[in-house]
Design a protein around this ligand. Structure first.
Ligand code: CMC
Length: 426
């Protein structure tokens, strides 16, 4: 992988640093020996320019709006594939043939039963509990019931099992939590149902229109992986300490919850509702978003890596139009969103900063059309992102290059000083 070397001239010395090249031509300076040879560390707030690992799962080119899972363009997968097939692709590296897909579906079905204790745990949370907090807690609690999967040295078939188990269980947890929050009885998974169809059946008690299940498949596929984002990096960081998979995935759920990350889908709908309640005039909100003395941001806009457009947002916008037409829903929030997008995209503030609608801008309107409550939107993101987290966790565990994640810092506090007795303190 070493293509070249870069030279660093510092303190009268010349240091040679290897330059690595990825399969899509991205170049990276390998600084592993930098501190040892020069005493320097690198400082990169928010890891804006730091690759934390090598990975063969997802390729993302933010400048050109490209996203591919294992080489396959997201547009093709969203159009032609299913979420379960994409999950297999992410985890195992290839599209499954008929036998492998059958094997994977059977694996998922083997692990659909949820322990009564975990069901009771979900039912004991207050009805008002945020579903992300419940999901993270129940995932964490799985460690208490499945000690066989806590060993850092899992065998390959145990890894297969725990991945299928987590995918089957998170689907249950999300639907059970919804039912419990409504004071309704829990509906168990049905093995004969397709994953997304079954999830909606577990939520609402009957199988959805196939177009609705298709829309959910598309949404989950679009969320399934996104290389080293905040939650995935969290999964890898926690996993790198050899904490068990439940701890790592539960940490990913917590990281995703924040409004700057997956929590933005809930925040977008709340913002659109605020604009609607204010009379629908979005120009005032554009001014607020541009005002540096105002903390308000245009939720669902901007991205750390996409600086042209978010390819997921493009597909979701089309899917949004299609499903609303199919369900004969006229949602005024969609008009507000379209107006807001149009206004922002011609505003120099957004143009100069390369701020475009991201995956969360239109997804909430689809979830709303599917009757999914607003506070569950981020759980839907988690359900979609789960195979990505699991694939990244597996890849990290299998890579000989993995080390415990442990960044450095530049200390900016007091230098050494002596303890001051209480009566001498000001
Ligand atoms: N509204 C108004 N101004 C914005 C926005 C926004 N949504 N996003 C960025 N900016 C401005 C920001 O104030 C800064 O301006 P200046 O250069 O004058 O200081 C500039 O654009 C760069 O922003 P940044 O915060 O330094 O960029 P970042 O890469 O650290 O943050 C982000 C990326 C996604 C956190 C940010 O764009 C944001 O807060 N967006 C709204 C929340 C959101 O929609 N999050 C979902 C992201 S997509 C789902 C996922 O994968 O997580």
């Amino acid at each position: 992988m070493t293509k070249n070397k870069a030279e660093l001239h510092y303190d009268g010395k010349t240091l040679e640093l290897p330059v690595l090249e990825g399969t899509e031509g991205e170049l990276a300076l390998d600084i592993n020996k930098l501190r040892q040879e020069s005493g320097l560390v690198t400082l990169d707030h928010g890891f804006m320019n730091t690759a934390s690992c090598t990975s063969a799962i997802t390729f993302l080119d933010g400048e050109n709006g490209i996203l591919r899972y294992r080489g396959y363009p997201i547009e093709e997968l969203a159009e032609k594939s299913t979420f379960v097939e994409v999950a297999y692709l992410l985890v195992y590296g290839e599209l499954p043939n008929v036998e492998r897909l059958k094997w994977f579906k059977e694996k998922l079905n083997t692990f659909t039963a949820t322990k009564p204790e975990l069901k009771q745990l979900i039912q004991h949370f207050p009805k008002s509990a945020h579903p992300m907090g419940v999901l993270a807690s129940v995932l964490s609690a799985m460690s208490a019931y499945y000690p066989e999967y806590l060993d850092p040295e899992l065998k390959p078939d145990q890894v297969d099992n725990v991945i299928a188990q987590t995918m089957a269980q998170v689907k249950n947890f999300a639907a059970y939590n919804y039912r419990a929050s409504q004071g309704q009885s829990l509906i168990d998974a049905k093995a004969s149902n397709e994953y997304c169809t079954d999830f909606l059946a577990q939520m609402y008690g009957s199988n959805p229109d196939p177009e609705v299940a298709k829309a959910l498949n598309i949404l989950l596929i679009l969320h399934a992986d996104h290389e080293q984002n905040c939650s995935t990096s969290t999964v890898r960081l926690v996993g790198s300490s050899q904490a068990n998979v439940y701890a790592a995935i539960s940490s990913g759920v917590n990281a995703l919850w924040g409004p700057l990350h997956g929590g933005a889908n809930q925040a977008v709908i709340e913002m659109l509702q605020e604009i609607q309640a204010d009379g629908g005039g979005y120009k005032k909100f554009i001014l607020k978003a541009k005002d540096k003395n105002d903390n308000f941001r245009l939720m669902g806009f901007g991205h750390r890596v996409y600086k042209n457009f978010d390819p997921r947002a493009k597909i979701i916008k089309q899917a949004c139009d299609a499903i609303l037409t199919k369900l004969k829903i006229q949602d005024p929030l969609l008009d507000i969103a379209k107006g807001l997008e149009e206004e922002a995209l011609k505003d120099p503030y957004f143009v100069e900063r390369k701020l475009y609608p991201n995956v969360d801008f239109y997804s909430g309107i689809i979830y709303k059309a599917l009757n999914i409550p607003t506070n569950m939107f981020t759980v839907m993101f988690a359900l979609g992102r789960l195979p990505g987290w699991l694939a990244q966790w597996k890849e990290m565990n299998e890579s000989p290059a993995t080390k415990i994640g442990r960044p450095r810092q530049i200390y900016t506090g007091s230098t050494v000083r002596s303890y001051v007795p209480m009566d001498k303190r000001s």
